[in-house]
Design a protein around this ligand. Structure first.
Ligand SMILES: [Zn+2]
Ligand SMILES: [Zn+2]
Length: 141
């Protein structure tokens, strides 16, 4: 029998003779004795696979500090990009400046709509007037 690479890392194979079948060897795997009793667990970063230690239990998706920083930077860059590409407009109704995210503009385009001409507050007011009209037939001042 050739010795295969040990798949059971951290386990120790214990070979004992099977008394009823002297030719066979019973192999049982037992956990290797830990050098020190510690509450640390070693897990690999889900992004870069770097091993790291956690006190107690590891989180579901462990991310090392390096990757965490990278993620934060990517988020900031995405926010900056959003600010740089968003559509700045002046509300037709109240004259206040407002903006529409590029992603929202794309979505509207895909649906065949033009980017909003008035701000969020005025849109809501408009929508409220619409529902009023529907409810009362004609409620014009
Ligand atoms: Zn990492
Ligand atoms: Zn407005």
């Amino acid at each position: 029998m050739s010795k295969k690479s040990n798949k059971h890392s951290g386990m120790v194979a214990q070979r004992t003779q099977d008394r009823s079948h002297s030719s066979s060897t019973v192999v049982t795997y037992a956990r290797a004795p830990e050098p020190r009793k510690s509450n640390y667990v070693t897990v690999n970063c889900t992004k870069c696979n770097k091993p790291m230690r956690f006190m107690g239990a590891a989180p579901d998706e462990p991310v090392c500090s390096d990757c965490h920083i990278k993620e934060e930077q990517a988020k900031l860059a995405a926010e900056k990009h959003e600010v740089a590409t968003r559509l700045n407009r002046i509300c037709k109704v109240c004259g206040k400046p407002f903006y529409i995210k590029q992603s929202k503009v794309e979505k509207l385009k895909a649906l065949g709509f033009e980017p909003f001409a008035c701000c969020c507050a005025c849109q809501q007011k408009k929508a409220a007037v619409h529902t009023d009209k529907k409810g009362e037939g004609n409620a014009e001042n």
